[in-house]
Each structure stands twice: as structure tokens, then as C-alpha cells.
Write a protein that binds this ligand. Structure first.
Ligand code: GDP
Ligand code: IMO
Ligand code: MG
Length: 431
């Protein structure tokens, strides 16, 4: 362990594990909160003083006065989404004056959203089920070295010219490949010139800000978006997002050295959910799955889609723990399982043709033939949402938590029993 006071929060499943809640909880003592990848495909819910906030691009530290919120270079930045989010937060009385955006972040444009929509439509049932926020096409331009970055807003005249050229280029694809309506160049140029003007006071060399804060021993939280199983390299490719939600994403996306990350907390739901297409070995297409969805209000924060639900997949979480050096787990939504007589935990997959594995396979065709191997545990059959100490949890609930630790190979340092800040049980401090 190093001497820096930093903690990274990553989703260890398929997103929506409750990262927003834990970031908000920990940000009470954070000086800086940093987003480093993804964009407004994220939907992080925070319930503060009984009020619900949905954050997409803005770090969840914004709800704590005094915390500095940084959008790092690895984020794909949608100015329309950003200013819309600020307007919603300000209408709720939230102070948004402490937000900075990296000059190296790539900008999401209307053609990214349009190409996301058109390619998903063209793929039909074979689509990824994206959030349609233009994330994949924006990262595609970044990797192709044709994207525009926030620093390009510095010279508005030149920025206008670059946008005009890009619209012409993208319209060729939109019209000739997808046979769709071209985008309107003049409108987009005006819209984005306006954003450039508004964004000026918030643009910063974010890497320097983060480095200085970490080096000065300030409490810095890195806020992951999505989850490891949606990671471009570590997840269920191609049913993933186009960034690195794993711990590695912070190094490149915030511009810091690996040794500067102290604790790496994996946020883990007590069961499994997934939105969009792709394999999910423990998915329940029955009354148990419906019961989890209703008890956990499992509908997307960003798109409102019902989430696919299933029992805890220990093979996936163990994969996340190993591939990211997770030093502790925050086990979320444990209260949701209070209605079951029996609860199942998957600790291995039965593989096609016999045999089994405890390691998450690469091939989707292979995963498609895998079946979950479950350990069945007795449920606690009670409402635990008001319990505030670990020892006061029913024995069956504690046994469940400790089985998760055993399967995944990392200690459960926090247990969450409800969406509120006070519904958080601490076993070991992480920041
Ligand atoms: P994120 O994307 O990882 O930040 O997670 P989301 O906000 O998309 O989804 C998590 C949902 O679970 C939100 O509606 C939270 O308010 C809610 N939530 C978080 N922790 C708990 C918990 O311990 N119990 C219950 N019942 N709900 C929780
Ligand atoms: P948070 O941060 C859950 C999923 C989409 C789709 C795939 C690719 O709230 O946990 P994209 O729009 O990124 O190209 O979609 O990734 N996805 C998420 N699922 N939570 C998220 O974010 C997600 N962000 C993207 O549903 O399957
Ligand atoms: Mg979410």
C-alpha cells in the first residue's frame, strides 16, 4: 500500500451496482472526485436526505459542497448532456461551480449519437443494446485519431471549421451507407460554438489538478462508470462498452501512475443484473427474476429499460477481483434478497461437453453453453434495511456475505442495505 489517500471505485459486474451511492457516501470526506472513462451512458443514482438525484456525466461528489469534481481526459464529453445535467441539478439547488473538464477529453457530437442509433438499428436483433449516447462512435473516432477534443474549443474560429469538415465527412456515411437524412451542418456549428463559449471557465489541465491533489495527500476518489464485465478488454466482448471501466481505466483516463491508486473497491450487487444484450449465465427468466426486479426496482437510470436479473455470479466477480486487484468489496442491495426462502450463489460454471471452470471464459459461444453451478443458502426472510451494524444482521445474511467473500477472494468491507446514505454498514474504512 502507498501513502496516498486515494480510493478507486469500480463496478465489478455489468454496471448499476450502486457506485453512485458509495461515491456519495465516501465523498463526505473526499477533497476531489474524478471520472476517468465512459460518458453520459452512465446513470449513477444518489439518494441524499430522501431526495433522488441521477448523475450521468458529472461526478457524484457534486452533491457534497466543497468537493472538487473533475471530468478526466478518458471521458467522452457530451456538452449537450453536460449542460442539461447542470440545469437539472441547479434547479434542485445543487451548487455546480466546482466542476472541471479535461482539455484532452474527446467531444461527443450529434453524428456520434446518430451513428450509434443507425448501427444499432441496422444490426436489429443482433445489436448490442447500447444506451444510444454515441459512446462507441466517439471512442471509435478517438482510436481512429479523427476526433475533436475539448482543447479544440480554444480557438472558436478553427473549432467551427473543424466541425463543418467533420459533419461533411460523417454525412457521407449517414447518407451513403445508412441511407438516412444528413445532419444540418450550420446548426451543429452554431450549437457547439455556443457550448465552447460556456465551457471556457471549466476547462482545465485535469491531469495536473489530479496529480497535485494526490501528491499533496488530499483525499481523492476515482469514480468508475459501467462495470468490469462491460470493459472493452476484460468484459463479454463484443457486448461491452467502448472504454475501460476496470481499474486500468483510471491510469490512462485520469493520467496518473498505477502506484497512486490506494484502495480499489469493487462495487458488487448481492445478485446480478445486466441491461442490453450479451451473455448472462445466472439470468433468471422466471418468477424469481421478476421478484428481484420488483424488489430492487431494477429499471435503468439512463434509459428506463427493465434490467435482466439473476442470482449472484461469483465466476464473473472473481474474474473482476483478479483482473483489477480489487482490495475490498462493497456488497450492495443486500436488503433486496430479504423475501426469499432460499438464495443461490454461482461459484463455478459447468462447461459444454462436461467439466467445469471457476474462470470466466473468453468465447461467447462457449459461455452460451455454460450452466451455473450453485450453492443454495437459507434466506433470512426479513427486512434488514434499518440495520446499521454488521453484527446485528441476521445470521443467514452474514453467512451470505461471508460466502461472497470466500467465492470472490476479497473482503467485503461495506454492506449496503438501502439506497440512503445512512443505510451503509462499514466493516472496514476504505478512505
Ligand atoms: P450505479 O450506476 O452503479 O451508480 O448504480 P445505479 O444508480 O444505476 O443503480 C443502483 C440502484 O440501486 C439505484 O437506484 C440506487 O438508489 C439503488 N441502491 C443502491 N444501494 C442500494 C441498497 O443497498 N439497497 C437498495 N434497495 N437500493 C440500493
Ligand atoms: P453505470 O455507470 C449498465 C451497457 C449498455 C450496453 C453496453 C454498451 O450506470 O453502471 P454503450 O452505450 O456504452 O455503448 O452501451 O453497455 N451500459 C451500461 N449498463 N450501467 C451502465 O453504466 C452502462 N453503460 C453502458 O446497456 O449493453
Ligand atoms: Mg447506473
Amino acid at each position: 500500500m502507498n501513502n496516498y489517500n486515494t480510493t478507486a471505485i469500480i463496478g465489478a459486474q455489468w454496471g448499476d451496482e450502486g457506485k453512485g451511492k458509495i461515491i456519495d457516501y465516501l465523498s463526505a470526506r473526499a477533497d476531489v472526485v474524478v471520472r476517468a472513462q465512459g460518458g453520459n451512458n452512465a446513470g449513477h443514482t444518489v439518494v441524499a436526505d430522501g431526495k433522488k438525484y441521477a448523475l450521468h456525466l458529472i461526478p457524484s461528489g457534486v452533491l457534497r459542497p466543497g468537493a472538487v469534481n473533475i471530468i478526466g481526459n478518458g471521458v467522452v464529453f457530451d456538452p449537450a448532456g453536460f449542460f442539461g445535467e447542470i440545469a437539472t441539478l441547479e434547479a434542485d439547488g445543487v451548487d455546480c461551480s466546482n466542476i472541471y473538464v479535461s482539455d484532452r477529453a474527446h467531444i461527443v457530437f450529434p453524428w456520434h449519437r446518430e451513428l450509434d442509433r443507425l448501427s444499432e438499428k441496422a444490426a436489429g436483433a443482433g445489436g448490442i443494446g447500447t444506451t444510444m449516447r454515441g459512446i462507441g462512435p466517439c471512442y471509435t473516432d478517438k482510436a481512429a485519431r479523427t476526433g475533436l477534443r475539448v482543447c479544440d474549443m480554444g480557438d472558436i474560429g478553427l473549432f467551427r471549421e473543424k466541425i463543418a469538415a467533420a459533419v461533411e465527412e460523417k454525412n457521407k456515411i449517414i447518407e451513403n451507407i445508412y441511407h438516412a437524412e444528413p445532419l444540418r451542418k450550420a446548426e451543429i456549428v452554431e450549437e457547439y460554438a455556443g457550448y465552447a463559449e460556456r465551457l471556457k471557465p471549466m476547462i482545465a489541465d485535469a491531469g495536473v489538478m489530479v496529480y497535485d491533489a494526490v501528491a499533496a495527500g488530499k483525499a481523492v476518489l476515482f469514480e468508475g462508470a459501467q462495470g468490469v464485465m462491460l470493459d472493452l478488454d476484460l468484459g463479454t466482448y463484443p457486448y461491452v462498452t467502448s472504454s475501460h471501466p476496470g481499474a486500468g481505466g483510471f491510469i490512462v483516463g485520469a493520467g496518473i501512475g498505477p502506484h497512486m491508486i490506494g484502495e480499489i473497491v469493487g462495487i458488487v450487487k448481492a445478485y446480478t443484473t445486466r441491461v442490453g444484450a450479451g451473455p448472462m449465465v445466472t439470468e433468471l427468466l422466471d418468477a424469481d427474476g421478476d421478484a428481484i426486479r420488483e424488489a430492487g426496482h431494477e429499471y435503468g437510470t439512463t434509459t428506463g429499460r427493465p434490467r435482466r436479473c439473476g442470482w449472484f455470479d461469483g465466476v464473473a466477480v472473481k474474474h473482476s477481483v483478479r483482473a483489477n486487484g480489487i482490495t475490498g468489496i462493497a456488497l450492495m442491495l443486500l436488503d433486496v434478497l430479504g423475501g426469499f426462502d432460499e438464495i443461490k450463489l454461482c461459484h463455478a460454471y459447468e462447461t459444454p461437453g462436461g467439466g467445469g471452470t471457476e474462470h470466466f471464459p473468453a468465447s461467447l459461444d462457449f459461455i452460451g453453453g455454460c450452466k451455473p453451478v450453485y450453492k443454495t443458502m437459507k434466506g433470512w426472510r426479513s427486512d434488514i434495511s434499518g440495520i446499521s451494524s454488521y453484527d446485528a444482521l441476521p445470521g443467514e445474511a452474514r453467512a451470505y456475505v461471508e460466502e461472497v467473500e470466500r467465492i470472490c477472494g476479497a473482503p467485503v468491507k461495506m454492506v449496503s442495505v438501502g439506497p440512503g446514505r445512512e443505510q451503509t454498514i462499514i466493516r472496514e474504512e476504505v478512505l
